[in-house]
Design a protein around this ligand. Structure first.
Ligand code: 8YV
Length: 327
């Protein structure tokens, strides 16, 4: 059996695949494959390990119906047409849990950076603007006892809530479809409506998947319902907020600041107005960028691929119904 890995991943991934007796083709060039290249390589293999930036859409899936498994090196699977893969009986896997701490750390980092205008002050040094002390210039805001609102309280949101509770004794509220009992028991977190989340949060942190329901939900109307002193954080997917509405909301001081690890599109243009706002911090989608998380993702992506190629249940399936009747 042959597996294609579409981008360089940590060594542990290749090692596990080889130990399982698979023939591995690892894309080694430092560039993204084109759609046609991805199809052509996939056609020569039985399984695929791919990235979130690659569109696993109807066209790809129908061209590569033969694949015994598609293992995504990412927890978010908004790049995949899951319904079509399920219709074609292709098992899909993702890499949850191993990146929750790393991503929550980036949400927390963005919160601190934004609340103290850290990037703006760093740029002042680079621009030779660090001159003399001004008691009232460019002040930040403190976080103790504030209310944290989580949009999409799953594994990553829970880790962000723990950090904010532990460090600043924040009150935690969240908006989810279903109640999160663990958050209630461990953090006293309360489930609220979307409008209540907007109205009550001092910090609003997005941790939801990008779906038809969440796409663009943070628009001008939503930002207008937030507190003028609030900070908006998004480490999930850029498509959940509308970038031009966020810029407008910041310019009109409807909200105080924003911290983004995800943008729309990615990469963000270097001339994006958000990059020159003092109360905004932007990072280039580095939520999972730690040795620990990326190694864990490589391990899980390999384990999913191996199981799929052996016709076994994937340890982390996206569409478990595909395999339920077959195994
Ligand atoms: C990846 C992520 O860096 O897992 C996810 O959903 O957003 C990140 O871990 C990104 O998807 C690139 O594949």
């Amino acid at each position: 059996m042959k597996v294609f890995v579409s981008r360089k991943i940590p060594e542990i991934g290749y090692q596990l695949l080889k130990e399982a007796g698979l023939e591995v083709t690892a894309w080694g060039d430092d560039r993204m494959l084109t759609k046609d290249e991805l199809i052509n390589y996939s056609l020569q293999h039985d399984g695929l390990i791919c990235m979130n930036g690659e569109r696993i859409d109807k066209e790809f899936l129908n061209a590569c119906k033969h694949l015994k498994v598609i293992s995504l090196y990412s927890v978010g699977y908004d790049n995949m047409d899951v319904a079509e893969a399920t219709r074609l009986n292709i098992p899909l896997g993702n890499t949850p849990d191993v990146l929750s701490d790393a991503t929550a750390d980036i949400a927390f980092t963005l919160l601190l950076m934004t609340s103290r205008k850290a990037i703006f002050h760093h740029k002042r040094i680079l621009n030779k603007q660090w001159d003399f002390f001004r008691p009232t210039a460019n002040l930040g805001i403190e976080l103790k006892n504030k209310t944290l609102g989580i949009f999409g309280l799953g594994r990553i949101g829970m880790e962000m809530a723990k950090r904010c509770k532990g460090a600043y004794d924040m009150k935690v509220i969240y908006h989810n479809r279903s109640e999160n009992k663990q958050a209630d028991e461990e953090l006293g977190a309360k489930k609220v409506s979307f409008d209540e989340l907007l109205a009550q949060s001092d910090i609003l942190s997005v941790h939801s998947a990008l779906t038809a329901e969440t796409k663009g939900i943070f628009n001008y109307t939503a930002f207008s319902k937030m507190k003028p002193a609030s900070i908006f954080i998004n480490t999930a997917r850029g498509g959940v907020h509308r970038e031009e509405d966020l810029i407008k909301a910041l310019n009109e001081k409807l909200i105080w600041g924003a911290g983004l690890d995800v943008t729309n599109p990615e990469p963000m243009n270097a001339d994006n107005p958000l990059l020159s706002m003092p109360n905004v911090s932007v990072l280039p989608h580095i939520g999972s960028a730690t040795e620990e998380a990326r190694n864990g993702m490589a391990r899980i992506a390999a384990e999913n691929a191996i199981a799929g190629l052996k016709g076994e249940k994937l340890p982390h399936p996206i569409n478990p119904e595909v395999q339920k009747n077959k195994i």
